[in-house]
Design a protein. Structure first.
Length: 220
């Protein structure tokens, strides 16, 4: 897929994260702005959700969003999340076509926060090829050092679905928390993602489990 697009993100506010507990949740549906849609198993994240709901665009209140929480001990020199330049809003050669897709320049975007620095993102224009699942290795020559930002710890960022970014290695063995709150979308949701025990359903078509879900890694 060849595109002429703008990669963008905005720094928002500082956010409180709980103590590391090994929690892992993948694309669980919830009602944005409604703390009662948070299941008891995530009570330790209630303050975090309260703060995120207060800084997100209020037009999304009452709509279904998705939360991913990935707490993991990352070894020195390794990355926590997906390696290589990529965008999150492209799946199967389509913009905004997976669980939290249809963002920003292709929809509503997402909010991310982490307890330890581990992501580098670019605020600039690109023209070139994005791979079938969002890979952007062919855009590396266009990446300008003056246009990248390493996301700060405990700081929320709004990130566009076509924001070019990459995970960076940690400097020492680190227990890291990553949280992503995806804004409303009618994009597909995959079997094997985390169901909300309160009965909140995804808004998009439900598709069969993806191969990578059989491993312990969450790459999206």
């Amino acid at each position: 897929m060849k595109l002429d697009f703008e990669s963008k993100f905005n720094e928002l506010n500082k956010v409180t994260l709980p103590e590391f507990s090994g929690t892992r949740v993948m694309m669980m549906p919830l009602i944005l702005g409604d703390l009662s849609s948070i299941p008891e198993s995530l009570n330790h994240y209630k303050e975090t959700f309260k703060e995120l709901f207060s800084i997100m665009d209020k037009k999304h209140n009452g709509k279904v969003g998705y939360v991913t929480i990935d707490e993991k001990e990352v070894l020195e020199g390794k990355t926590h999340r997906r390696e290589g330049l990529h965008v999150d809003g492209v799946f199967n050669d389509s913009c905004g076509s997976w669980g939290g897709g249809g963002w920003g320049s292709v929809g509503n975007g997402m909010i991310t926060v982490s307890s330890v620095e581990g992501c580098r993102a670019y605020n600039q224009k690109f023209n070139g090829e994005i791979g079938k699942d969002g890979e952007c290795d062919k855009l590396a020559s266009q990446c300008k050092e003056e246009n990248y930002t390493v996301f700060k710890s405990n700081t929320a960022y709004w990130v566009d679905g076509l924001c070019v970014h990459e995970s960076i290695p940690v400097l020492e063995n680190t227990k890291r928390i990553f949280l992503r709150l995806s804004m409303p979308s009618n994009a597909p949701w995959f079997e094997g993602y985390t169901k909300n025990p309160l009965g909140i359903e995804p808004t998009g078509k439900i598709l069969s489990k993806r191969e990578f879900q059989n491993s312990e890694e969450i790459i999206l």
